[in-house]
Design a protein around this ligand. Structure first.
Ligand SMILES: Nc1ncnc2c1ncn2[C@@H]1O[C@H](COP(=O)(O)OP(=O)(O)OP(=O)(O)O)[C@@H](O)[C@H]1O
Length: 382
């Protein structure tokens, strides 16, 4: 299966700034890669350029080492010759054709013999577990079943690459869940390179082997989902992925609040090399712990950041509780998987393990973690 490489790709629809500007992106071979980002960030444009449905203004696209599009070299391979299967949000089945006829259509166009057509159609329908509906018409199927048929219609032509643009957005919550599992199974079974556009972070995090977070036509980070969550490359990714989002607060030398100054001083005492660089600190809501107010609160044990905060709201969801806090003017979200007894107006003692803090510089990019190989104080004596 091929790697898809976009190099210095630019696309403008005549407006400024361009929808995509100088995009470099390498979608790994055999990956299930989700393009994730807010509305208008350029996900669909990127997918359509890979498919050959949108001409580039500059740059090139290679698939499996073969140039598919290059403005500089004057190469353009039309969509039907790119060996890619496409499924869009609107699954567009022909209403007057049965499910089987819809699926075999691509094979008829390619002049495949009738017996082979029937075999391949049945195989694709079985793979999507919709073979029982072969003789039905689309109108006799639910939205999720129709979506399975449109996936079978794409699979039957055995494409090297599957391009899916928000194919689940018309489905209800239960069907979405089922189709996510279905797509994941499909990827495991076929090993196809799948590129999937979504603005739903849960969809991306649960299905993808790789997530590309985009913003304003630029790639913010490409990494496996858990790395995106645990090691976001910058504050945009940190806040876009996660719900409630990562808490971010500016620190640095300006003493705009006792909590901020204290956090900065504490971190810099541990890692002096960050003095002057550290500007923003992030903490995931589930990394903040609530504890009863203790007499020993003023002398926290090493490695913990402790502070008092006023509880502003408590939102139980059943499996967890989201609490919003005001810590000396800094608003924070906390998620607890234990029962929360605090109520709005209470002062709560909170703690954060220092190793759970995410540190960002003035350009809002992640600061490097301390090197594991860094010698400890004990063995640095001359
Ligand atoms: N045909 C078009 N004509 C003019 N501008 C366009 C066209 N298609 C897209 N754009 C603009 O290009 C930018 C990127 O659009 P694109 O559809 O790729 O974003 P997206 O991330 O897929 O958004 P969404 O999640 O809302 O579908 C947006 O600013 C959009 O308004």
């Amino acid at each position: 299966m091929p790697t898809i490489a976009l190099t210095a790709v630019r696309k403008s629809y005549g407006t400024h700034p361009p929808a995509i500007d100088n995009l470099d992106l390498e979608i790994p071979d055999g990956s299930f890669t989700c393009l994730l980002g807010p509305s208008g960030c350029g996900k669909t444009t990127t997918l359509r350029m890979i498919a050959g449905l949108e001409p580039l203004d500059a740059g090139s696209i290679e698939v499996g080492g073969r140039i598919r599009d290059s403005v500089e070299r004057g190469v353009f391979v039309p969509p039907e010759e790119r060996g890619m299967g496409l499924v869009f949000q609107n699954y567009a089945l022909w209403p007057h054709l049965t499910v089987a006829r819809n699926v075999e259509f691509g094979l008829r166009v390619r002049k495949v013999r009738a017996t082979e057509r029937a075999e391949r159609t049945m195989k694709a329908l079985k793979m999507m577990q919709i073979d029982w509906a072969a003789d039905r018409y689309p109108a006799q199927l639910s939205g999720g079943q129709q979506q399975r048929v449109s996936l079978a219609r794409m699979l039957v032509i055995n494409p090297e690459v599957l391009l899916l643009d928000e194919p689940l957005s018309n489905l209800d919550a239960q069907l979405r869940l089922e189709m996510r599992a279905e797509l994941k199974r499909l990827h495991d079974e076929t090993g196809h390179t799948i590129v999937f556009v979504t603005h739903d972070q849960l969809e991306a995090m649960t299905m993808a082997t790789h997530v590309v977070v985009m913003n304003k036509g630029e790639v913010q980070q490409l990494a496996p989902p858990l790395e995106i969550y645990h090691r976001p490359a910058n504050t945009f990714v940190a806040q876009f992925v996660g719900s409630p989002p990562m808490n971010l607060f500016d620190v640095g030398t300006d003493e705009s609040g006792p909590f901020r100054g204290a956090v900065h001083d504490r971190i810099v005492a541990e890692r002096p090399e960050l003095n002057g660089a550290l500007r923003t600190v992030g903490v995931r809501p589930e990394a903040i712990r609530l504890s009863a107010r203790s007499a020993a609160a003023d002398s926290p044990p090493g490695g913990l950041l402790e502070f008092d905060a006023t509880v502003t709201t408590v939102l139980p969801t059943g499996s967890s509780t989201t609490v919003s806090l005001d810590a000396a003017g800094t608003e924070l979200y906390l998620v607890s998987f234990q029962p929360v007894t605090a109520t709005p107006g209470d002062t709560a003692r909170c703690s954060i393990d220092l190793t759970d803090l995410h540190l960002f510089d003035g350009a809002r990019a992640r600061l490097p973690e301390p090197s594991a190989a860094r010698p400890s104080k004990e063995n640095t004596a001359p």
